[in-house]
Design a protein around this ligand. Structure first.
Ligand code: NIG
Ligand code: FE
Length: 422
């Protein structure tokens, strides 16, 4: 069999294989499918062989112009998948960072017109080109830290025109850089200033005008809502998501982040791909998630950045059989973190996830959370050749040494897209 790309001599090839049909749960999260002295070969972007270096090299014949990378005993993972980001925005919020240090609460800052609304003002004022330029810089940072696929939400426009502007910027970004993007419409992210005191009228705008315009544009795959006290209620969230489902969007939900409103239950009821945050999830919410295919996307960097004392109950969720994934939640307010290895480092220390569980949570389970598990998230024949080579001999180093970028090389669809040294 021909191959035009191969990585050989991986000290540990972490395949995360065997879970393309359904996400990992419970003890499965610790199964990494490790192949010692492993190799991967690809043709035209897709994996054609994976196994020991000797086996793979026996199976494939490299084309004359093939790229052959010797991993030299390093750890090789599937490309990392970030299933929850807000990376298209203008401005930054260092002022709120300092306010939070001094004790201000996230929802109080929002209620006073800051927080998300501050980024809405700067994003509305920015041109599409500026959003693209800023987004490109953040995506390059993510790629250099191993992210090869990311979900990206709108939600800082909150008018038909400004939401479409953000979504068009995401589409342009997809064409100009290698990180694969999954666009999500998040028009129900906050009540904008011009609708203050009239939340139902804003919900009408989202359902009656924004959703049809976004559906017609073809610019988003998923629809998300920030279901939270003082933002969108469970009933308002249900209305938006039901309307989105009718238009063919896959669903996601910012659920039970601060106040336990029952967002997890709503996400399960509507068959959402994921329920995200879940710091305040109730035992009932955990039970519902465990009995469903909705992935619980946990965002521990957000809790860390909000200086919260309580993290999402990951151990309870894993014990109950919930399919858990991890994401960065990259945004200018609650998580200016766009490094999944940093998220993994926090998840191990604060959510008490094992390094292996954290890897499953940013690869195959994260792929399930964005509806891409049949194409990526693990190293298996037929999937995209998305790989990250870490300068480490032991996969646990990635979370252990968080904060130091151990990424040596990044491969997207069988092409070397970052690293490149030696
Ligand atoms: O997921 N919770 C709502 N949305 C984002 C924060 C966005 C912002 O603060 O700008 C989140 O944390
Ligand atoms: Fe978010």
């Amino acid at each position: 069999m021909k191959a035009d790309f191969a990585v050989i001599n991986a000290g540990q090839l972490i395949t995360a294989a065997g879970y393309s049909e359904r996400p990992k749960r419970g003890p499965e999260l610790n199964e990494l499918g490790i192949i010692n002295d492993g190799a991967v070969a690809a043709k035209e972007g897709l994996i054609v062989a994976a196994g020991s270096t000797a086996d793979v090299m026996k199976q494939v014949e490299l084309t004359g112009d093939a790229m052959l990378i010797d991993a030299g005993g390093k750890v090789v993972l599937p490309g990392l998948v970030d299933p929850h980001t807000h990376l298209v925005f203008a401005g930054s919020r260092e002022d709120e960072f300092e306010m939070k240090i001094k004790g201000a609460a996230y929802l109080d800052i929002l209620a006073r017109g800051g927080g998300i609304l501050s980024t809405v003002r700067s994003t509305r004022a920015a041109g599409e080109d500026e959003l693209i330029r800023i987004g490109e810089k953040y995506l390059a940072e993510m790629l250099s830290q191993g992210t090869t696929t990311a979900e990206v939400k709108s939600g800082y426009g909150l008018t038909v025109a400004d939401e479409l502007k953000q979504l068009r910027a995401i589409r342009s970004l997809q064409k100009m850089q290698p990180v694969e993007l999954v666009p999500t419409f998040l028009g129900a992210h906050a009540i904008p200033e011009e609708y203050k005191g009239k939340p139902d009228a804003f919900v009408e705008l989202v359902i009656g005008e924004m959703l049809p315009a976004v559906a017609c544009s073809g610019l988003a795959e998923c629809c998300d809502v920030f279901c939270e006290e003082g933002v969108f209620s469970v009933e308002q969230s249900r209305r938006v998501l039901e309307a989105a489902r009718k238009l063919g969007f896959a669903l996601k939900l910012h659920a039970d982040e601060i106040v336990p409103l029952g967002g997890a239950e709503l996400a399960v009821e509507l068959g959402a791909l994921s329920a995200d945050h879940l710091v305040a999830v109730t035992p009932r919410g955990i039970e519902r998630l465990a009995a469903s295919n909705t992935v619980a996307v946990l965002l521990p960097a957000t809790t860390f950045c909000l200086m919260g004392s309580k993290y999402a109950p990951a151990r309870e969720m894993i014990a109950a059989g919930v399919a858990v994934a991890l994401a960065g939640d990259f945004n200018p307010g609650s998580s200016p973190v766009n490094s999944l290895p940093v998220v993994m480092g926090i998840a191990c220390r604060q959510l008490k996830m094992t390094p292996a569980e954290a890897i499953s949570a940013v690869t195959i389970n994260a792929a399930h959370a964005i509806g891409r598990a049949s194409e990526l998230g693990s190293i298996e024949v037929g999937k995209k050749a998305d790989l990250v080579i870490f300068d480490a001999a032991d996969y646990r180093s990635i979370a252990y040494r968080f904060g130091t970028n151990l990424v040596d090389k990044v491969i997207k669809a069988g092409r070397l897209v970052a690293g490149g040294k030696s």
